[in-house]
Ligand binder design. Structure first.
Ligand SMILES: [Zn+2]
Length: 100
């Protein structure tokens, strides 16, 4: 598998300039949803569309569902940055740090 190169941009910079790669799976059925570049510290409350990698489910719709149909999040625009994201429901996903 190709090595994932982290995106470096202003969004990453304002979050402290470091990133981790997460494997995101459904809490209910453990199906993989995507990989995600998490910039900076703090909990994962939303997933920015531009940080979603190797998604196994469509990310063009308003709702983010796992392949079994469990609702994971809702698309929003993060107003501070005018940046599309999925707002995640509490305890909807399992996050695992993986090697980039
Ligand atoms: Zn599921």
């Amino acid at each position: 598998m190709a090595k994932i190169i982290f995106k470096k941009d202003k969004y990453k910079k304002v979050r402290g300039g470091y990133s981790r790669l997460l494997q995101i799976s459904c809490q209910k059925c453990s199906k993989q949803i995507c990989k995600y570049q998490k910039d900076g510290p703090g909990n994962l409350r939303r997933m920015y569309i531009d940080r979603i990698l190797e998604n196994k489910v469509p990310i063009i719709d308003k709702n983010l569902n796992c392949s079994e149909g469990h609702l994971i999040g809702i698309k929003i625009i993060y107003e501070k940055e005018n940046r599309p994201a999925f707002r995640l429901f509490v305890d909807s996903v399992i996050k695992k740090i993986i090697k980039a």
